[in-house]
Design a protein around this ligand. Structure first.
Ligand code: BGC
Length: 765
């Protein structure tokens, strides 16, 4: 818990657990004690009380708090989500403890994805840090703030592998690579759950969305997923498995179908794989309304059928629908669902409540009455220094012609663009209980950085989009995007007037946060036309042009790459994003982020990901040949490859050294490179190890990330980085779905991105 050191004494004191009076007495948090307790409790429960435990209800217009409180009294609710303040939560728990028969505490959950009150960069941005300490900071602080608000569980992390930037939810995951996603997912689970989710400032995680939601066809949300078992087990499942092995107490079931079977109806997935093969003991939760949706999927004929299928498939808790409560009693009576099946589901719910420590103290995450914060949005509840530090690490420098960056803190700077001063957009989607007003925009960050040393002029220059349909879409549930009263031309003219008076133009452009969200798929991944026109006009002034991108997915940026003198990818960087971006723009922080997804040149290249299989006719740009695998109307490969990101200094790599030329099956081999900071500034970079199986019984990827190390080197400093390699890094699922390692030659590739590597080769005996 390194980050705690940075907090003042008062904040440190706030970490002391405050125990409310225990209701059920002390129950040791061991599996044996839990099993005995839950078995005993199950015996005392009526069928209705059991079914009540399976209902997870969302507070909202359909279910106002008052109505829910009545249901709680009758034992009809197992858990609550979307309520995030201690007084509200306390009232609901009071209802259980004072008025229900068995006093089985509720648990409280929320989508704490990249922060609760302090908002950190979106998960795709966090992944760009390639820094597990940063993940730990985000996980610890998010859990602390969530638990301090009375919550017990979060719907995170999302470890869906994402290889299609049309899908808006790529913003919520760690990107296209299995290894990076697994490492980060594990770090997040460990950080949020700590030693035990029962501890005062920890929360239980719920890894999502099981399984393969990231592979929806065409990147269209909720669409079909169809994939080979090999790809599923090799690339898509390890992220969930690693998070579960790290102890995640929950699993959220995906909305999509997988090979024809909706995940919510998939007993192979939820029982055979998850429970029997992987030994998962926690709880499975349907996604929002997913049980009802089995009818629309066309696998259930009516509500009863949907409920029968879901519970028998292994969906323990139903999120946000009343189907379990309504139909399970009749289904049990008719014998279509056995009481044993219900008991099994309830046991899992009670197990996680036990693990959350709720049977020891139902108020454990609330503290005593009267201790609630007077102002839930108080500035003192935020963790700004940590948010700024993580945000700086998430920024990726894509281009820097003739050292345009860092900028000088002098002269006149024109800050232009619809995202330059948008507080709401800084936070990104799924910003939990974050308050937009508390976030620092790029404009504010730049002003804070230069003080009175430089003149800063601001012009919006364009609307995020001039498309009325898209504006309405973005403003459907909140007033997220404001539309300027000026005509587009007038906005550009005003921006040009500012640009012409300046020494440099910083254009903050891209997507508004609602464009990269659930149900926000795009068929076109360019910057919207209103902003492209602005960029064209700014370019024409001849002033140095720095493009600061804000977006939640890889964008197609071929023209912008040519126009920009420098380009910085900032994603949606959170509460302290503006200050963090200014730190990089002015060189107070040397950028070190690396892309966790390939950036295609155009939507037509999708799917595009670095670890694709080999083909029989690979394209070779040095010897182009018509009958090879490529598009004839576009350059081959991505615009920016996976793992790519520049620095203000220069890192050089030695050739790869291997400790041996052969590897025994029970042995280890070391691959090393020497990295030198041969530039003038101190800085961090990420050294990446990729492997390639030259010949195997099935076609294997051209390269696969197997390890990485983030290192910091002072100017002129040198460090040797060593990666141990053993057979675990070489295993794969073969054609008969056996997890094997085959002898033969392997390429070892080490680089600072996936495209430019130093290579060597060894033989597995
Ligand atoms: C999303 C989940 C989310 C849930 C609860 C669903 O629509 O797919 O990721 O956790 O809502 O907000």
């Amino acid at each position: 818990m390194k980050w705690i050191c940075g907090l003042g004494l008062a904040a440190t004191l706030a970490f002391q657990p405050v125990m409310a009076e225990s209701t059920f007495g002390h129950h040791p948090l061991t599996p044996q004690a839990r099993d005995a307790f839950v078995t005993d409790l199950l015996k005392k429960m009526t069928l209705d009380e059991k079914i009540g435990q399976l209902r997870l209800i969302s507070v909202g217009p359909d279910n106002p708090k008052e109505v829910i409180r009545e249901m709680i009294k009758k034992g009809q609710v197992g858990a609550i989500f979307n309520t995030v303040t201690r007084p509200d939560i306390r009232k609901m728990q009071d209802q259980v403890m004072q008025l229900s028969r068995l006093k089985i505490p509720l648990f409280f959950a929320y989508d704490v994805i990249h922060g609760q009150r302090t908002i950190f960069p979106i998960t795709l941005g966090l992944a760009s840090s390639w820094d597990l300490d940063a993940v730990n900071t985000v996980g610890r602080i998010s859990a602390y703030e969530a638990a301090d608000d009375g919550l017990n569980m979060t719907w995170a992390p999302m470890v869906d592998i994402t290889r299609d930037p049309r899908w808006g939810r790529v913003s919520e995951g760690f990107g296209e690579d299995t290894y990076l996603t697994s490492q980060m997912g594990r770090a997040m689970v460990q950080a949020m759950q700590g030693k035990s989710p029962a501890d005062r400032y920890n929360v239980m995680t719920s890894v999502k969305h099981f399984a393969a939601y990231g592979a929806v066809e065409g990147g269209r949300d909720y669409n079909t997923v169809d994939m080979s078992p090999k790809r599923l087990f090799q690339d898509y499942l390890p992220g969930y498995k690693t998070a579960l092995d790290a102890g995640s107490g929950g699993v959220m079931v995906a909305l999509n179908s997988l090979n024809g079977v909706p995940a919510t109806a998939d007993s192979w997935l939820l029982k055979d794989v998850l429970r029997n093969d992987w030994g998962f003991k926690g709880i499975t939760i349907s996604d929002h309304g997913a049980i009802k949706e089995l009818i629309k999927h066309g696998v259930a004929s009516d509500p009863q059928d949907a409920v029968r299928i879901a519970i028998n498939a292994g969906v323990n808790m139903s999120m946000s629908d009343e189907f379990y409560s309504k139909y399970l009693p009749g289904l049990v009576k008719s014998g279509a669902v056995s009481e044993a099946e219900i008991d099994d589901a309830v046991r899992h719910v009670l197990n996680v409540k036990y693990d959350m420590g709720l049977f020891n103290d139902p108020y454990s995450h609330l503290g005593p009455k009267g201790s609630d914060p007077t102002n839930t949005n108080a500035e003192s509840r935020l963790h700004r220094p940590q948010a700024r530090d993580v945000a700086r690490k998430s920024l990726v420098l894509l281009k820097n012609r003739l050292e345009t960056l860092p900028l000088k803190k002098s002269g006149t700077i024109a800050v232009v663009g619809p995202l330059a001063d948008s507080k709401r957009d800084m936070m990104g989607s799924w910003s939990a209980a974050g308050v937009a007003e508390q976030s620092v925009t790029v404009l504010q960050g730049i002003r804070n950085a230069v003080g009175d040393k430089a003149v800063v002029m601001f012009q919006k220059g364009a609307n995020v989009t001039d498309n009325k349909g898209i504006q309405d879409f973005l403003n459907q549930y909140e007033r997220a995007v404001s539309v300027d009263a000026r005509s587009p031309q007038k906005m550009i003219d005003d921006a040009l007037a500012a640009a012409k008076q300046s020494d440099v133009v910083v254009a903050v452009v891209g997507e508004s946060q609602g464009m990269a969200h659930e149900a926000s798929s795009r068929s076109d991944i360019t910057i919207p036309p209103s902003q492209l026109k602005l960029l064209d006009a700014l370019k024409a002034t001849g002033k140095p042009l720095v493009i600061v991108l804000m977006n939640g997915r890889p964008l197609a940026l071929v023209k912008e790459d040519m126009q920009a003198d420098a380009m910085l990818e900032t994603w949606f960087s959170g509460t302290e994003g503006g200050n963090a971006i200014a730190d990089v723009l002015f060189g107070d922080y040397n950028p070190s982020g690396k892309l966790p997804m390939s950036f295609p040149r155009s939507v037509g290249q999708i799917p595009i990901y670095y670890n694709h299989l080999r083909t029989g006719r690979p394209y070779d740009f040095q010897h182009p040949n018509k009958y090879t695998s490529h598009y004839y109307d576009a350059a081959n490969g991505p615009l920016y490859p996976f793992g790519y990101g520049l620095s203000y200094t220069r890192f050089t790599l030695s050739d790869v050294r291997l400790s041996a030329k052969t590897l025994a099956r029970n042995g280890t081999l070391n691959a090393s490179v020497t990295v030198t900071n041969s530039g003038k500034r101190d800085g961090a970079t990420v050294v990446q190890l990729y492997l390639h199986d030259q010949t195997a019984s099935i076609s294997r990827p051209v390269e696969e990330l197997k390890s990485f190390k983030r290192i910091f080197l002072k100017a002129g400093e040198t460090q040797t980085v060593t990666f141990p390699i053993d057979i675990n890094a070489l295993k794969f699922w073969n054609a008969r779905m056996q997890y094997v390692v085959e002898p033969g030659k392997f390429d070892v590739m080490i680089g600072l991105d996936s495209a430019r590597t130093k290579n060597s080769v060894f033989t597995l005996l």
